[in-house]
Design a protein around this ligand. Structure first.
Ligand code: M6R
Length: 609
């Protein structure tokens, strides 16, 4: 977690750092800080709380400098406080460091440094870094950083400045993202591209073990031993406007409304013009290898995991390959039985989620073939996988994932249909219906968004509730899990998702008068069973919002309110069903006065375990 920025060039550094940090607040926002070199001195300003608190502090005195680093924090070691905020400095305030990640052996290093007389001020793991640089500094900052990284274990993206070399930022990464933005006579450093995009579209994406030495004259990239590396420039296709709110009150709402485009872009180059075939040219998996697949694992966290649950249903149903879907933090430690040749699909919007990355590496060690489904080009997951199927959702800024999820579902449909076509487990007519159905999805999503504009007033009455339940069977259950997570993370309302048939084995005890229940009823084969389950909760006094296909005139007789979605193939329904659930979560969160884009305790990119 945490976002780091840096700048060196002719501009006044403070506004550049603050603007960059604003773009990275999704990575953490419990404190923020900057360090600059002004007239040969390292000046540090930091504050617990949102970035605006730091800005207030800087109003009293804004340093005039042309080089600096900045940080927005999501606390891991040490509670959010002024003193635990980054940047951290060495004993004499000569060196300042910002860091994203976790130094796992920091206690041992701290004891070692303290024994040599170093004085620590904070409770953080990060503070060992400036003291280590101080320890190794012998007139060459770059060399000192090289030595530091031989001592530390864990993950890091770090940026270091020193008053002894006031024209230089030294940055390094391992398991945490870092990019260097290449301007004209000026250079930017950031955890993610949106922070550099207002200034340049050209970047170097640092790989693990690489060190960047940035001066106003240029950027030198080396390996950990100091050997020079020639990097290719990564040119960003999307512009800064794509990363802004574009008139919407929140990024989340903007991203919900971007789904028709995101979905279309994700499938359009991957289906044949005659709607007969899915074509995944980017995959190196051969037809023989697909036919030989015996077991697929899908591994991911949070919303991406929920997309994986849909993926399991879809791939098993269409391609008849057994799929195990796992939460990455469980998978990596449960000694999974992976055979060489098994396919592990990792799903990650950011491509930087620590547990997902670790699961990928474990699977690779076990001989599995790795297919990454990710939204971020050049992310760690993308670089370490054997194959990548990119979702083309564009930058997702809100912590609550929406367009990333719907495009991940499209990726699951594409894989399910492709594998099924290669293995001959679905006939040509059904494949064509599915592909045609997929083509219709963007317009259908738009219809739902247009129809549900009045949802806001209807939902107000639910904003005061304390408990909610989401029910479904089969694919509807998979979507219920996602709707439930969305509501919890942004509205702080307790919610549980349940496989409707399981309710009477315990949870039904919680259904009392007026408890809101969202019941998804789109799966034809399971429809009658679902209606029975709805009647069970109605009989206990629940207020039921049903979601079903247009044309179903029956559901309204058993529920209190029906939300209709356009008709589609059952397998494709999740990408439509989730839209009202995203809007439900959004409007309830707004009605409850929550900070929709930056929910408490969370961060967009979870790069720590
Ligand atoms: O970047 P990733 O897709 O790997 O992130 C996984 C989860 O952290 C993420 O989906 C999280 O659950 C979202 N906040 C949910 O909205």
């Amino acid at each position: 977690m945490c976002g780091i920025v840096g700048y060196i060039g002719p501009r006044s550094v403070v506004p550049v750092l603050i603007d960059g940090l604003k773009k990275l607040e999704y990575r953490g926002y419990d404190s923020a800080g900057i360090a600059v070199i002004e007239q040969g001195k390292v000046l540090v300003a930091k504050s617990v709380g949102r970035l605006s608190k730091l800005e207030e502090k800087l109003e009293a005195y804004t340093p005039e400098a042309n080089i600096g680093i900045g940080h927005t924090r999501w606390a891991t070691h040490g509670r959010p406080s002024d003193v635990n905020s980054h940047p951290h400095t060495d004993c004499t305030g000569v060196i300042a460091v910002v860091h994203n990640g976790i130094i796992e052996n920091y206690l041992e290093l701290r004891e070692w440094l303290e024994a040599q007389g170093h004085k620590f001020k904070s409770e953080t793991d990060t503070e060992v870094l400036p003291h280590l640089v101080e320890h190794f500094y012998d007139g060459d900052l770059e060399k000192a950083v090289q030595q530091v990284i031989t001592k530390i274990e864990g993950s890091y993206a770090m940026a270091v400045i020193s008053k002894n070399e006031p024209d230089k930022i030294v940055a390094a990464r391992k398991d945490s993202p870092l990019v260097v933005g290449l301007g004209d006579g000026e250079y930017f450093l950031a955890s993610d591209i949106p922070a550099t995009l207002a200034h340049t579209r050209d970047n170097f994406i640092l790989n693990d073990g690489e060190i960047a030495v940035i001066t106003a004259d240029g950027v030198k990239i080396t390996d950990a031993q100091g050997n020079k590396i020639t990097k290719e420039v990564f040119h960003v296709q999307w512009d800064a406007v794509a990363a802004e709110k574009g008139g919407y009150p929140h990024f989340m709402l903007k991203e919900i409304y971007e789904q028709p485009r995101a979905i279309r872009e994700t499938f359009s180059s991957r289906i044949s013009a005659d709607n007969k075939r899915v074509v995944l040219n980017e995959l190196s998996l051969t037809e023989e290898e697909i036919k030989d697949l015996r077991h697929i694992f899908i591994v991911a966290c949070g919303t991406a995991y929920h997309a994986g649950v849909v993926g399991k249903y879809v791939i098993e149903d269409l391609a008849r390959i057994p799929v195990t879907v796992d939460i990455a933090s469980e998978f990596r430690y449960r000694n999974p039985i992976i055979h060489p040749g098994d396919l592990v699909i990792v799903i990650s919007q950011s491509g930087e989620t620590a547990d997902t990355l670790a699961a990928l590496r474990e699977s690779k060690k076990a001989g599995a073939r790795i297919l990454a489904v990710t939204n971020v080009v050049g992310s760690s997951v993308a670089r370490e996988a054997d194959d990548v199927l990119y979702t083309w959702a564009g930058p997702e800024i809100a912590v609550a994932s929406t367009k990333a999820y719907s495009t991940q579902l499209i990726a699951m449909f594409l894989l399910g249909i492709h594998f099924a076509q290669v293995r001959g487990t679905i006939d040509a007519a059904y494949a064509e219906r599915l592909i045609t159905g997929m083509r219709e999805i963007p317009d259908q999503v738009q219809t739902i968004l247009d129809d549900l504009e009045d949802l806001q007033s209807f939902l107000k009455k639910y904003a005061e509730c304390q408990n909610t339940f989401f029910l479904g069977r089969g694919l509807d259950y998979a979507v219920a899990m996602e709707g439930c997570l969305k509501l919890k993370e942004i509205s702080y309302m307790h919610a549980e998702a349940y496989a409707a048939g399981e309710l009477k084995h315990g949870t039904l005890a919680l259904i009392v008068d007026d408890v809101p229940v969202v019941a998804l009823a789109t799966q034809t084969d399971l429809y009658d069973k679902m209606v029975s389950n709805i009647k069970e909760v109605k009989a206990r006094g629940a207020q039921v919002i049903g979601v079903t296909f247009k044309g179903n005139t029956e559901l309204q007789k058993v529920v209190d309110h029906v939300v209709y979605i356009p008709e589609t193939e059952n397998v494709l329904a999740p990408v439509l069903t989730v839209i009202p659930l995203q809007l439900l979560a959004y409007h309830i969160a707004v009605a409850r006065g929550c900070d929709v884009d930056k929910p408490r305790n969370l961060a967009k990119s979870v790069t720590v375990e």
